[in-house]
Design a binder for this molecule. Sequence first.
Ligand code: HEM
Length: 365
Amino acid sequence: MPFLRLDMDCAIPMLPYGNRFRKCRKWVQDSFSNVALLTYRVKQRRETNVLLKGVLARPEALASHIARFTQALIMDIAYGHQVTTDDDKYIEMGEKGNHAFATAGSAGSMLVDFFPILKHYPTWLPGSAFKIRAINAAKLLRTMHDVPYNEIKYQLKHGNPQLSFTSTLLDSYFHDGKFGTLTEQDEKDIKGSARTLYSAGTETMASSMNTFVLAMLLYPNVYRKAQEEMDRVLGLSRLPELEDRESLPYLNAVIKETYRWLPPLPMTLPHMSSQDDVYNGYRIPKQTLVIGNAWGMARDENMYPDPESFCPERFLDLTNEDIADPRLYVFGFGRRLCPGNDFADSCIYMVLANIIATMNINKTR
Ligand code: HEM
């Protein structure tokens, strides 16, 4: 991403393959290992309860409750910061950064990505709005990089910060010496990786949760079946937990269909070929921008007949062994595959299962 790379080269998806990428990728993968996922369960339960209480009190603000769930959870994991108020300053920073990034243009969406010479275009000339937007976005992102990081660094020196992605990494440098001496580049990479967790994880998860609600409004029979399964399996005396997932096949089919029906990143994220290649008779020269079309895959009529319909039953049809689980493509591909995929999937399960167990979804009129 030639232009924005100037200020955002610490975001993991922007890093070219190499040592820095491998280092940051490993940090993130370790923070979503199976052991780490177990430690996040308490946080997932806590934030699910906050979401349920919020929706009961103000159902009309459902989308905000969903957004808050994803933001609060990732703030906690990335920075050990627990959100307790509606005007949380970390969330405000994170959202401003996300918004700025989205409006500045994502990778491959701007002319400058294809014509790098445009990055030298002067800001005083007409048509330079793209550059001014990118400069402003970079400023907001830098705030998001620096403020939480500096607070944790201060706490590490003067007290005990909450356990988090950032504090664990800093601690490994300061106390265990596990990673050697902390260089300026390492600091940039820790900040960038923590911020990537926030920008990569919040809106994507919220998108799937909102898609589910939309689908349930349009397909009330599906919701009824999911509720019947929930009541049959769990009874009415407790809320669903992650351990219940295997006993809820219909809900699992609903989750798969939610990903397939509206993938949160329909064009995933652009990759660049690292060497010349040939695919299906097409020559792909080195350094070609390659875009994985999750939307196209999700609408493959041979795989998913009547693809526009929301039909979880397609995943329960045991005679169709070839039907692909959409999680094989909505989370991306190869060594760039989303490292938060299992965590995201478990959060989406928790929210959907708990809404199904406790609430009805109806149109207001
Ligand atoms: C439904 C939720 C999510 C979806 C659909 C999703 C999807 C994706 C996709 C398509 C990519 C690009 C993969 C590629 O380049 O092939 C990606 C990358 C990434 N995702 Fe997710 N994601 C979700 C949630 C999360 C969460 C919760 C986190 C962490 C908190 C996360 C962290 C990342 C990171 C760090 C990358 C960059 C990986 C790299 O470039 O090596 N994602 N995600």
